[in-house]
Design a binder for this molecule. Structure first.
Ligand code: ADP
Length: 666
């Protein structure tokens, strides 16, 4: 017997111990796998002449045996070799996605998991550690469902209802079939087996009923039919099962007058699912539930989509599109491995699972189907790229997504906000990476947290609420809304009655500076050196004072040498003795983000040390300037470093800073 890997076993345990309240979805998962295997063989047959199979021959069969307590899902799809059975069914989420996500979760949960570390046996591999942490007993049900949903442990859901799963499979082009068998607990066995043709049978032996759980009811014609219609109605291949029918017996010749018709029952293969593509039906005829079930089954998501919309294009180019906005972001959305795309069909036959050319990058999160009878079945990836029809479709789809998002923003604000939480960062990237070309399309879809309103608002809403004399849109960028709200520069803008947008996406500052303005109002980072908020009077006063302390400032600048380009007075520091701002195109926030990137460390902002003339510390500076140059150097360094700390910037030399404080205190 081969053992399951430790991590697979843990996930299996979680699943079997009924994290899924909804166990009946096991059937949907197995049917979806079968449907995928049929897609695969069909796609292969298009290019491989040795595969002689027509689409009409492909299908899925269900069978059950009440005595043996089995349910069997069969397909005549691509099948699996012995090695594939081992690889695909021996490890949960063989694709590596689990490892990836858990690496990520690991980073997030590092702190929390620290406590449980002692409980798990030690290992030197980082990713294995990640797995252990994520699967430690403290993983909440919600997280576990999230994991399961995202890794497509689809096949393993069989173990929620079965005490034994046997898979018999024969790969196309092979003579030998193999079987895989497991009780889902410690391991599995693989043996030679026989099967008449290519394809796969998954045979579940259902668990015995318990007081809480009844499995027996699943083994019935009525229940299986119901589940297929509920979860797999739009699978594109027939799902057939022998169902019992009744027919009237011929009336005997010698029947007397009060003869009542007699019936006999017999079995007949029947297709249980509708098979009409759901996207061919009118939107008004399909319920939200039906769309959701189709989405979940076709796109392997455990959660219903946040929104669904359709396109019916008629004219030069005919096609139907059914588009979904997922309700959560896939774990790898922001990784380079993420594959965007819509499924492409030609007259109800899938020709590509993920056609990337149908979606622009900023809408990469969209899922859906595009079906056009006008497309060539044998279209290849290469020719697709040059395909004008495809380009026209992509354009229309992009427009539709933009307008639907706009409608959601207007009519279903709460829902839109949750969508934006998941995918808003991508929209901002879209503006940034297009060098602002997408600004007109996307700027109105952006939401920012308003310091004044304490909720998400659009740029339009910001301007609508702004006093008429306000000349710019102000924002602050950093890691944390709460910290940003406390920044003296934010407070000083707020004190003037102007709202400040608190931006916490890494791309925000870059996106804002690429946009430059919105509705002719410049977008200004409050940490920028010159906000131009002072009145003429204030300016005059500042100028006079700057002159008065000119010598102090140049002495301080000399002390700080190349660390700052300028030392200046500021009226926006509230209770702080000093602050840091940036002149020029690179903001402090940009510098911080670039420094965190593998090769972005070289980007430096032009820092200005701002001083608060009202603060008692300022008088000390003036004193030191007159009497004690060493003390001035000490004070200057301390003020500069504490201003860096407030900005969340790394200190140039923490030890020197600590020593300087020590000296001041003694
Ligand atoms: P997923 O389907 O999300 O990849 P599963 O655990 O359901 O995850 O299945 C693992 C793999 O096993 C599939 O990717 C597929 O390669 C293979 N597989 C499962 N069921 C079948 C089937 N009926 N026919 C052929 N291959 C299958």
């Amino acid at each position: 017997m081969k053992k399951f890997k430790t991590e697979s076993k843990r996930l299996l345990d979680l699943m079997i111990n009924s994290i899924y309240t909804n166990r009946e979805i096991f059937l949907r998962e197995l049917i979806s796998n079968a449907s995928d295997a049929l897609d695969k063989i069909y796609l292969a047959s298009l290019t491989d002449r040795s595969i002689k199979i027509t689409r009409a021959e492909l299908g899925i069969t269900l069978a059950y045996d009440a005595q043996a307590r089995t349910i069997t899902v069969s397909d005549n799809g691509i099948g699996m070799t012995r090695e594939e059975l081992d690889k695909n069914l021996g490890t949960i989420a063989y694709s590596g996605s689990l490892e990836y996500k858990q690496g990520q979760k690991d980073a997030e949960d590092a702190q929390k998991a620290e406590d449980t570390e002692g409980a798990t046996d030690s290992t030197d591999s980082n990713s294995a550690k990640g797995k252990k942490k994520a699967q430690a007993s403290e993983v909440t049900d919600e997280q576990a469902i999230d994991l399961i949903g995202q890794f497509g442990v689809g096949f393993y859901s069989g173990f929620m209802v079965a005490s034994k799963v046997r898979v018999v499979s024969r790969a196309i082009g092979e003579d030998q079939a193999s079987s895989w068998e497991s009780n889902g607990i410690d391991g599995y066995t693989i043996k030679d087996a026989s099967r008449d043709e290519h394809g796969t049978d998954v045979i579940l032996t259902l668990k015995p009923d318990t007081e809480e759980d009844n499995y027996t009811h699943l083994i019935s014609e009525g229940e299986l039919t119901h589940l297929v219609k509920k979860y797999s109605n739009y699978v594109r291949y027939p799902v057939k099962m022998e169902v019992s029918k009744e027919r009237e017996l011929p009336k005997p010749d010698d029947a007397d007058e009060d003869y009542k018709p007699q019936f006999e029952s017999y079995l007949e293969m029947e297709t249980l699912n509708s098979m009409t593509p759901i996207w061919k039906r009118r939107k008004s005829e399909v319920s939200e539930d039906e769309y959701a079930e189709f989405y979940k089954s076709d796109f392997r998501d455990y959660a219903a989509p946040a929104a669904t919309f359709t396109i019916k294009a008629e004219g030069v180019l005919n096609y139907d599109a059914l588009l979904f906005i997922p309700s959560h972001a896939p774990f790898d959305l922001y990784s380079k491995d993420f594959e965007k795309g819509l499924a492409l069909y030609s007259s109800n036959v899938m020709i590509m699972e993920k056609c990337a050319d149908l979606l622009p990058d900023h809408y990469n999160f969209m899922r859906g189907v595009v079906d056009s009878a006008d497309l060539d079945l044998n279209i290849s990836r290469e020719t697709l790229q040059r395909n004008n029809q495809l380009r026209a479709m992509a354009k229309r789809i992009e427009k539709k997504i933009t307008s639907e998002l706009g409608t959601l923003l207007k009519d279903k604000r709460e829902l839109y906000e949750s969508i934006f939480e998941c995918f808003g960062r991508g929209l901002k990237y879209g503006i940034y990476t297009s060098y602002g070309a997408l600004k007109d399309t996307l700027a109105d879809l952006l939401l920012y947290y308003s310091a004044k309103e304490e909720k998400l608002i659009t740029l339009r809403e910001y301007l609508d609420a702004a006093p008429s004399e306000q000349e710019a849109i102000y924002y602050a960028a950093g890691e944390d809304e709460k910290l940003l709200a406390k920044m003296p520069m934010v407070k000083s803008v707020l004190a003037r009655g102007y709202d400040v947008l608190l931006c916490t996406h890494d791309v925000d500052d870059f996106c804002m500076s690429i946009m430059g303005s919105y509705d002719d109002k410049p977008l200004k980072n409050v940490a920028g050196a010159d906000l131009g908020l002072e009145s003429e009077e204030e300016k005059k006063e500042a100028e006079d004072k700057s002159k008065e302390y000119g010598e102090l400032f140049s002495a301080m600048q000399e002390i700080l040498s190349d660390k700052v380009v300028k030392v200046a007075l500021s009226s926006r520091l509230a209770d702080m003795p000093a602050g840091i701002s940036a002149e020029g195109p690179i903001s402090l926030e940009m510098e911080r983000i670039m420094a965190a990137m593998p090769d972005g460390g070289g980007m430096k902002s032009e820092r200005v040390l701002e001083l608060n003339v009202e603060h008692p510390a300022f008088a000390k500076l003036v004193e030191a300037k007159a009497a004690d140059t060493e003390r001035l150097a000490l004070l200057t360094n301390v003020l500069y470093n504490q201003a860096l700390m407030v900005e969340g910037l790394p200190l140039a030399d923490p030890i020197e800073f600590a020593e300087a404080i020590g000296q001041l205190l003694s």
